[in-house]
Design a protein. Structure first.
Length: 220
């Protein structure tokens, strides 16, 4: 039986990302989020407009999208109620957030230099995506949400993958049986279970999904 319901959030189960950006003084900000959509080497991020991440991204146009596994769940949770914005926005104060400058230290994670963008990568994350801003688009343009929630299209320029999650014999394929993403579902952390069913789409060679813009982004 179905009933009409009005959940304030619709986090049905999406992967967590740790977004690293640069503050004005050159230090790094690190923020957990899970409103992500990946298509080709593009990522659409849904972010709250008054966040430090958004401020940094608008100023620099760069970030690293670090993808933690279930092994980094404690580190992600240590950042859960922190913000790099000072003073803390009123809506975040109401939710128990507090200002924290040293996000990497708080999370007990290790910053390592990126190769293309200025913000650092997170050493402990099995997947690190160096990305640059393509476009910003407001949600609910002209409506009450405009300015509060914003989407950012990021273009991935360099991908770093821990070799332990690569498919045997394939340098450019991530093995879904080895990669254990951290999943956020209705404000709780989860991991993936075992494979539910064989997918016929999985029989298609991944190379056939390659899009024209990927060629431009590959190192010479």
């Amino acid at each position: 039986m179905h009933v009409t319901s009005k959940p304030p959030i619709l986090y049905f189960g999406t992967p967590v990302a740790l977004l690293s950006t640069l503050n004005e003084d050159g230090t790094a900000n690190l923020a957990p989020m899970s409103s992500t959509i990946f298509a080709s080497w593009r990522c659409i991020l849904g972010l709250q407009g008054n966040s430090k991440t958004v401020e940094n991204l608008r100023r620099t146009g760069e970030m690293v999208i670090n993808m933690p596994s279930v092994d980094q769940v404690s580190a992600v949770d240590r950042l859960a109620k922190t913000t790099g914005t000072f003073p803390v926005p009123e809506d975040k104060v109401a939710r128990g957030f507090y200002y924290e400058k040293n996000k990497f230290g708080t999370a007990r994670l290790t910053p390592v230099p990126s190769e293309i963008v200025a913000p650092p990568r997170v050493l402990e994350c099995p997947i690190q995506l160096e990305a640059m801003l393509v476009a910003e688009r407001p949600l609910d343009e002209g409506g009450p949400l405009e300015g509060f929630l914003t989407t950012f299209e990021m273009r991935v320029h360099r991908i770093h993958v821990e070799d332990s999650i690569l498919m045997d014999g394939h340098a450019d394929r991530i093995d879904p049986n080895k990669w254990r993403p951290l999943i956020f579902s209705f404000q709780q952390f989860y991991g993936l279970g075992s494979q539910a069913h064989h997918s016929r789409l999985g029989e298609i060679p991944e190379a056939l999904y390659k899009t024209p813009d990927m060629v431009e982004m590959e190192p010479a």
